[in-house]
Design a protein around this ligand. Structure first.
Ligand code: BGC
Length: 991
């Protein structure tokens, strides 16, 4: 164990080596603290590098000094930025954007609930005419009477249809664009852009249109006389973003006049970017910057590009696509968090060996061109035409031609630039095709695993040949792919070949899909198995946990939950990776974080998302149910119980797991405001008001619709309030906020009293007797001590009487096993875990699930909300780590943990490996049929384990083959508790 520490921080390697800690020298501090030490040296400025090391003294008098490490400060002030935002758009897009797409309404009330709108326009010459239309209701559009093909949109699509673009070649003369709008109070918008033969572009907007509720004969013809129709009126609705055009290339030549000693690239986009220097990709982040409320914050990254820049001629370039900023985001549509255009910003800082500094920044000297990416959208996929590649475009020596034009500076933005501290999305692994079958003239590839990412293909063919890839989680009975559960997400990539005789390899850059199967069409030959590779991508949060449970159902359940975590860690924690949703649903994260923080190191990932959660918080203190909040215009400014609570529970979990109290401080104000919001509405100690959209125990078994109140909403609300209050109390204590400790103690008591009065009946029934009611009441300590056993028995009886199954949804399920285990129902814990009939986790496993389903009945559930890759129901994996593998944290940062597994003869072995901040914890137990128990345990430095062994007699326990040497703390619940310090142990317990 450690007895003292010292941190030394220097401004250079040389200084540190010479023992000159010129930034901070903590001196020797007598303490066993091994983390949560805050830098307390000289204030650091932008770009400053700090080199540091730690020395530790232990109880045996040994001294250890770490190797030097460093950190570098980002750009701390807006004044550090000289770069400007470049607009990633072409002249047509700019013209359209500046002209605007005006929403109009008809004056006359629609008689038969329909309304006819006419926009007449005159062309002085033949013209290629682009028509842009949108309506708030369904509509039919015609040009000179000829019908425009509107792309179909599934009935269960989430959010409005976007602007539709149609191109027609029209002759000189008078033309009319007509819209026939259906439904109540329809509004529409139209814009016509015509490129005349001489190259001039003219635009006609709908402010000159006329509308009528009549539908007279011939009204769609240009020569129809509509002069009696009233003019349309401009409506209040905001501008609507126009369709995208895929990605743009941007570039600039520059010269490094001296030898470069150091180069840094500070870079970001409103959209997604790939940066290039001298033809090489900078870094390997995918889809950067990831989803956030860009109107508030824009995260940039910093790259050390010293090795990429040389003296002499250089080129910096970027490919900029829609990304999260410009793609459709449900239910808001495109540009949900800011206005067009897509933008790019970069600042390359060169420090020469002579000490001089030169900056190459995004400014008017850059050039822009269309790219081979013709369309890119997160939900829909990417279209790529390899014939449009411009080899060498980002390398020196490239001559720009007519395809390139000077870039325009974009309008200013409101979001504040901030450095990204969390890991990027990366390609994490590759999957081979498990099978390749010809079905209905296409090829169906099965990767054997549901995941998020895309497919990389190798194809050979002629220039112009188009290969189409469609992605799906499930198959139809004929073996073809089934995209019905993706709703409006097209999940389709297309690749147009350039015709390279050597073959072509392609993967998309600016989209991802949630899938197991790909349908490939348009190939000339049957693909070989390695012509299609599954590329798994996710936020590169490092793996910290590995479970090994000696039962295939539990082991597979864990694997599936891990895959669902991977698939949904995409910059932010999403609900699902496949359908037209993929949003930061807070309820899902709230319940899953216990498991998530075992599987992976989520420390910076949580901090990053908590900034989004704070950005989405309503001014009254209510946390939203989704962050970033793409429903801020439609959702009430209230807090959904169990969803909003993520705002408190994520910081709490993160502090508990990593011991870092900074996460508490960063969020304290926001979290207190949230509890304040509830308290202000809940004088009587029951949270019944201001639930906003109350999702209840979402998807509970007995629900008729997902958010059905199978458990009383006030019961859930009040239990969640208590849950968050307890977490606040813990965090107040940890950060020595005395007043808050007193306040939250009183509040918790008040909630307890009110809850017992309102929901606990004299016969120990809680609420309406739902399982979730019992689970939440027990889990959050809302039941008076004398009733606990009886309440738990009622829960047990309910589960048994239903046929040993859970009826719980998103909020009750995660805690079900903890509550049963706490009250001595170990056998029932295993009955539920090992159950394979519907409903159960095992049912999903037996049905071949490779990720966790959204619904207990994913195989039969309503297809319009049926994801096969949702982690909420897999939250129980937290329990498996803590109470089957036996790595149960007692003190923040695992300084102390408990090994006290729930045992059952049906499972012969268990354990896990977990990389805690102090080092690797490992448990590995076996239980043989005779009841002999054995545990191999590793306890890392500065950590203590409280080991509960199934024995009551010291002599029944052997430690490392000898008599028990460790100190016993006594017998608890029939198990001997042993205190184990750092080291490796092998305990054997006689049957
Ligand atoms: C999401 C959920 C989410 C829920 C809340 C669903 O559409 O996929 O996981 O928590 O909505 O209503």
């Amino acid at each position: 164990m450690q007895t003292a520490w010292r941190v030394e921080v220097a401004s250079s390697d040389a200084n540190l080596r010479a023992g000159l800690a010129d930034l901070w020298d903590s001196g020797r501090v007598e303490s066993d603290q091994t983390f949560d030490v805050i830098y307390a040296g000289k204030p650091l400025s932008s770009r400053e590098r700090a080199v540091w090391r730690v020395t530790a003294w232990d109880c045996h008098g040994r001294v250890t000094t770490s190797k030097p490490a460093f950190w570098e400060m980002a750009l701390l002030s807006p004044d550090d930025w000289q770069a400007e935002w470049l607009a990633a758009e072409d002249a047509d897009m700019r013209g359209d954007r500046e002209a605007g797409l005006f929403w109009v309404t008809a004056d006359a009330p629609a008689k038969d609930k329909s309304c006819q709108v006419r926009l007449v326009f005159d062309l002085e010459a033949d013209a290629e005419t682009t028509v842009l239309t949108i309506s708030s209701t369904s509509y039919e559009a015609r040009i000179d009477g000829s019908l425009i093909d509107l792309p179909p949109r599934p009935a269960n699509a989430w959010g409005p249809r976007g602007v539709v673009e149609t191109v027609r070649t029209l002759k000189a003369g008078t033309h009319v664009l007509t819209l026939s709008l259906k439904g109540e109070k329809p509004q529409c918008a139209m814009l016509v852009r015509a490129r005349l033969r001489d190259g001039r572009v003219v635009r006609f907007d709908d402010l000159t249109a006329r509308a009528s509720s009549e539908k007279p004969e011939g009204w769609t013809r240009p020569d129809f006389d509509a002069s009696a129709w009233p003019m349309v009126k401009r409506s209040e609705r905001e501008d609507q973003p126009l369709p995208g055009k895929g990605a743009f290339l941007m570039r600039r030549d520059f010269t490094a006049t001296e030898t470069v000693a150091k180069a840094r690239l500070y870079v970001t986009a409103l959209g997604a970017y790939e940066a290039y220097i001298n033809g090489k990709r900078v870094g390997d982040a995918l889809l950067a910057p990831e989803s956030m409320d860009f109107s508030k914050r824009i995260l940039y990254r910093v790259f050390d590009v010293t090795k990429m820049v040389g003296r002499g001629a250089n080129v910096i370039g970027a490919m900029v696509a829609d990304g999260w900023y410009g793609s459709y985001t449900s239910p808001q549509g495109r540009f949900a968090f800011g206005n067009p255009p897509l933008r790019f910003m970069a600042q390359l800082e060169l420090t020469y060996t002579g000490g001089g500094v030169e900056r190459v920044v995004t400014d008017q000297s850059w050039m822009i061109s269309a790219s081979p990416v013709l369309n890119s959208d997160i939900y829909d996929g990417e279209d790529y035409d390899a014939r449009r590649e411009q080899p060498g475009w980002a390398a020196p020596g490239f001559q720009t031609d007519a395809r390139w034009s000077p870039v325009a500076i974009a309008p200013p933005v409101t979001g504040k630039l901030q450095p990204t501290l969390s890991p990027p999305i990366r390609r994490m692994s590759l999957l081979k095709a498990k099978s390749l079958k010809a079905v209905n003239g296409s090829w169906i590839v099965d990767f054997g695993q549901n995941f998020a990412g895309f497919a990389k293909i190798r194809v050979k063919g002629i220039a112009g040949q188009k290969v189409t890839l469609k992605f799906a989680e499930i198959l139809k009975s004929d073996g073809s792919i089934d995209q019905a559960n993706l709703r409006a997400a097209l999940a389709t990539d297309t690749y147009v070949l350039k015709g390279d005789p050597a073959g072509e390899v392609w993967e998309p850059r600016f989209t991802y899909h949630g899938f197991r199967y790909v349908e490939i069409s348009g190939l000339s030959n049957a693909p070989a198995p390695d012509d299609v590779v599954g590329v798994v991508i996710h936020s590169d949060t490092s793996r910290t946990g590995h479970l090994r449970i000696g039962h295939p159902i539990i082991q597979t359940l864990w694997q599936n939950s891990l895959w669902s975590q991977k698939s949904n860690f995409m910059g932010i924690p999403t609900d699902c990776p496949q359908r037209d949703e993929r949003l930061g649903w807070m309820g899902d994260a709230h319940v899953f974080w216990d498991a998530a923080a075992f599987n992976m190191d989520v420390s910076t990932f949580t901090q990053r998302w908590m900034a989004d959660v704070r950005d989405a918080q309503w001014p009254n203190g209510a946390f939203a149910f989704i962050a970033p909040n793409s429903m801020r215009d439609t959702a009430p400014n209230e807090a959904s119980p169990g969803w909003a609570d993520a705002g408190v529970i994520l910081p709490w979990t993160t502090w508990q797991r990593y011991g870092d109290t900074e996460v508490i401080n960063q969020n304290w104000e926001a979290m207190s405001a949230y509890i304040g919001y509830i308290a202000a509405l809940s004088d009587d100690g029951i949270w019944s008001k201001g639930h906003g959209w109350d999702f209840g125990d979402w998807l509970a078994l007995d629900s008729r619709w997902p958010g059905d109140h199978t458990t009383p909403p006030d019961l859930i609300g009040t239990a969640m309030w208590k849950h968050s209050t307890l977490a606040m109390l813990d965090m107040a204590k940890a950060t020595k906020r005395q007043k808050a400790v007193e306040d939250y103690t009183r509040l918790a008591e008040k909630i307890d009293t009110a809850f017992a009065k309102a929901f606990i009946h004299s016969d120990a029934t809680v609420g309406n007797g739902s399982q979730t009611g019992y689970i939440l009441a027990l889990r959050y300590n809302l039941v008076p001590p004398q009733l606990r056993a009886e309440v738990a028995r009622k829960l047990h009886d309910s589960i048994v009487s239903r046929g040993r199954l859970l009826t719980t949804g998103f909020l009750g399920t995660p805690h079900s096993l903890d509550v049963l285990a706490d009250h001595g129902y170990a056998a029932l814990v295993y009955d539920l875990l090992l159950r394979t009939e519907y409903p159960s986790w095992g049912y999903m496993v037996m049905k071949g699930a490779t990720t966790t389903w959204e619904r207990w009945n994913g195989d039969a559930g309503d297809i319009s909300m049926n994801s096969f890759n949702h982690y909420a129901l897999g939250a129980v994996i937290g329990f498996v780590y803590r109470r089957i593998a036996g790595i149960d944290p007692i003190e923040p940062g695992f300084r102390r943990f408990r090994f006290n597994p729930v045992l059952d003869r049906r499972v012969a072995s268990g354990g896990a490996q977990y990389d805690a901040v102090s080092g690797r914890i490992s448990t590995d137990w076996t239980l043989n049929p005779e009841g002999q128990f054995r545990l191999k345990l590793s306890v890392p430095p500065n950590t203590r384990a409280e080991v509960h062994l199934p024995a009551t007699n010291r002599t029944d326990i052997r430690e490392n083959g000898k008599a028990l040497a460790s100190q016993s703390l006594g017998i608890v619940n029939g198990r001997m508790v042993i205190e184990a310090g750092p080291g490796d142990y092998d305990f054997a317990v006689r049957a």
